[in-house]
Design a protein around this ligand. Structure first.
Ligand SMILES: [Zn+2]
Length: 225
C-alpha cells in the first residue's frame, strides 16, 4: 500500500516535471523568436517627431523678476505633448526630459538618430517692451526642407490661433542654428512673452499648457496626413 502511494506520487511528480519542462521550452522558444523579430517590429510607430524643450541645466533661458525660468515652462509643455501624444500613432521624442544642459548639436542630432520627420523647438519669449505679446513661430529659409518647415509652421499657427487667452502672431523667418542645421523640417515656437503679464499668467497655468499641447499635436497630426 505504501509503495503504491509512493508510485502515484512519483508518477505525478514526473508528469509535473515534464509539464514544467514544456512550459520552460515554450517560453525559451518565444524569447528566441522575439529576439529574432525585434529589429523588424511591425507595431513600432512609423512617425517620430522631436520636441525640443529649450534651455535646461545652468541655461535658464529668460527669467522674470520673480524668478520664473523659461527652461521650466518649456519642459512642462514638452512633457505634456509627450503625455497627450501617446496613442496618436506619432512617437514624441524629447531632447531632454530632465533639467539638463544640452548643446544645439546634441538636440539636432536626435532628428537623425531617431529618423524623425519633424522637429519642434519650444521656447517662451522675452522683450524689454512689456506690452509685446503673443505666440511667435519661426522657420528658416536655410533649412533643407524650407517649404515643409513653412507648411508645418503655418499649420501650427492655424491651430494656435484658435486658443483663447493668448494670441498667435504671424510666421517669421529666423536662421537659428537649431533650424538651419536640422536635417528635417523644423520650427521654433515661442509660447508668448514672459515679459508680458497676461502671456506669463497664461503659459504658467497647467490647463493652458495642456490646451497649447493639444493644439500643437493637432497641427502635427494634420501636417503628417
Ligand atoms: Zn528660449
Amino acid at each position: 500500500m505504501k509503495t503504491n502511494i509512493q508510485s502515484i506520487i512519483n508518477i505525478h511528480f514526473l508528469a509535473f516535471t515534464m509539464m514544467l519542462g514544456t512550459c520552460y521550452n515554450d517560453s525559451l522558444a518565444n524569447a528566441v523568436n522575439l529576439a529574432r523579430t525585434l529589429p523588424y517590429e511591425s507595431d513600432k510607430p512609423k512617425i517620430v517627431v522631436v520636441i525640443d524643450p529649450g534651455h535646461g541645466g545652468n541655461d535658464l533661458g529668460s527669467i522674470t523678476s520673480t524668478g520664473i525660468n523659461e527652461k521650466e515652462i518649456t519642459l512642462a509643455v514638452a512633457e505634456e505633448i509627450k503625455r497627450q501624444g501617446a496613442g496618436t500613432g506619432i512617437e514624441f521624442i524629447l531632447t531632454r526630459d530632465l533639467d539638463q544642459n544640452k548643446t544645439a548639436d546634441e538636440r539636432v542630432a536626435l532628428s537623425k538618430k531617431f529618423s524623425a520627420v519633424l522637429f519642434v523647438s519650444i521656447h517662451v519669449n522675452f522683450d524689454s517692451d512689456s506690452l509685446r505679446s503673443g505666440i511667435d513661430l519661426a522657420f528658416s529659409g536655410q533649412n533643407t526642407f524650407v517649404s515643409n518647415s513653412k507648411e508645418l509652421a503655418q499649420q501650427l499657427l492655424n491651430e494656435l490661433q484658435q486658443l483663447s487667452g493668448v494670441k498667435a502672431n504671424s510666421l517669421k523667418e529666423a536662421d537659428f542654428y537649431i533650424l538651419t542645421r536640422n536635417p528635417v523640417p523644423a520650427v521654433t515656437l515661442d509660447l508668448g512673452y514672459m515679459s508680458n503679464k497676461s502671456d506669463l499668467d497664461f503659459i504658467q497655468d497647467p490647463r493652458n499648457q495642456a490646451a497649447v499641447s493639444k493644439k500643437i499635436i493637432s497641427a502635427i497630426v494634420k501636417y503628417s496626413k
